[in-house]
Design a protein around this ligand. Structure first.
Ligand code: ACO
Length: 360
């Protein structure tokens, strides 16, 4: 039996949640293209579609924003009490700590409580890192509005709120990506949805997955003002560095989410300079990667314009991966429950390549 390095091409499970068509550059979530959901749903109403048929006691689509708001308010004392323990942690590590200790509450479905926990935890960890006091959630706000209000202690503009909503829907689910796979492996042992989501957060943290957008800005800053971009890029890849925000295991064309986010950034007032610079740099990098790896199409992925978008919302670079986690919690929880309901213990095998004792 051949080993599939990095499980490339391996069909690990069946799902009715989402499908990544890497050749066509399409992402289908719950039988519709992601562009449809982004155009018609908020993050809160989209939660209903992600969890439909999986989560028991699910509020109606029209009641989802209120249910998430109430859950945020109910969870705030828990977050406030644990904030001091996140002092020396990055935002994503703090989020992982908060998720891991989520207390039981049979009255509200666990996926809903996890989706409510993430924005209050992330916003207040970000505040604490800036030496600011916590801000309580408001049950009348949507998730996107409340997250930004808590982060900055002032309400966002309509375009800012809508831009974040579009982002959160865009990244909510994406087939068998590394963090969703990790969440499903944990769920397959019947360890529970909270443990599965902690597994997802751990996998998301890495720079080859959700941790890429902060380093995308570092790359853009580093390249700005360089006379010969291609030479600078060559020097980086020759040292074994990856160009962050480019490449994908499944897409062989441009990631469709990159286009959605690029259009979304353009709606924000503060980005014109950075957006133009990013678009020019994107063209340079894609063209360089074509010559660097002519046999492997390496195109822009979701993280490139995620970086530009979250920067335009004034969020700190270090926190970008946690904002991704807020959105992806919908996908992780849905996958974890689908796995619990329809899956089997995930237990692959490995090929032993270590030394063997000589047979006597
Ligand atoms: N920059 C430079 N070289 C690259 C890049 C890149 N961004 N992406 C792939 N390559 C090269 C690799 O160096 C490798 O070369 P080699 O065969 O000479 O060793 C070859 O292309 C294949 O690389 P793999 O890592 O095997 O390809 P894979 O398709 O599995 O990689 C990945 C996907 C990890 C995302 C990769 O493209 C990468 O590291 N990108 C940069 C990090 C990034 O943007 N991550 C976010 C991804 S989107 C998400 O997870 C939400």
């Amino acid at each position: 039996m051949k080993t599939a390095n990095g499980l490339e091409g391996v069909i690990a499970t069946e799902t009715s949640l989402s499908n990544v068509d890497g050749e066509a550059g399409r992402l289908i979530v719950r039988d519709r293209d992601i562009e449809h959901w982004v155009a018609t749903q908020t993050f809160d109403s989209f939660a209903h579609h992600m969890w439909a048929g999986l989560v028991e006691g699910l509020p109606k689509e029209s009641e989802m924003a209120g249910a998430l708001g109430e859950a945020r308010v109910a969870l705030f004392p828990y977050v406030e009490a644990r904030l001091a323990h996140t002092n020396d942690l990055s935002t994503i590590e703090g989020l992982r700590f908060m998720a891991a200790g989520l207390p039981d509450d049979d009255r509200v479905p666990t996926p809903l409580r996890l989706a409510a926990l993430m924005p209050i935890a992330a916003a207040n960890i970000i505040r604490q890192q800036k030496g600011q006091v916590p801000v309580a959630p408001n049950a009348d706000h949507s998730t996107a509005e409340d997250f930004l209000t808590m982060c900055f202690d002032k309400p966002p503009s309509v375009v800012e709120r809508e831009a974040l909503d579009r982002y959160l829907v865009t990244v909510a689910d994406h087939g068998m990506n590394a963090s969703t796979f990790a969440a499903r492996v944990v769920a397959s042992t019947n360890a529970g949805v909270v443990s599965a989501i902690v597994g997802g957060l751990c996998a998301l943290k890495g720079p080859l997955h959700g941790g890429a957008p902060g380093p995308v800005l570092d790359l853009l800053d580093e390249l700005a003002g360089k006379e010969n971009i291609a030479e600078a890029l060559k020097a980086k890849v020759q040292k074994g560095e990856r160009l962050m925000g480019f490449g994908h295991r499944v897409y062989r064309v441009r990631d469709p989410r990159a286009e959605i986010l690029k259009e979304t950034v353009a709606t924000l007032p503060k980005t014109s300079g950075r957006l133009k610079e990013a678009m020019n740099m994107e063209a340079e990098i894609v063209s360089f990667l074509k010559t660097w790896k002519p046999d492997r199409p390496i195109q822009t992925n979701v993280e490139f314009y995620t970086a530009i978008l979250l920067e335009a919302l004034d969020l700190p670079r270090e926190s970008f991966v946690s904002v991704f986690g807020i959105g992806r919690t919908l996908g992780w929880t849905a996958h974890a429950i689908e796995q619990e309901k329809h899956g089997r213990l995930m237990r692959p095998r490995s090929r032993y390549i270590g030394p063997r004792e000589e047979a006597a």
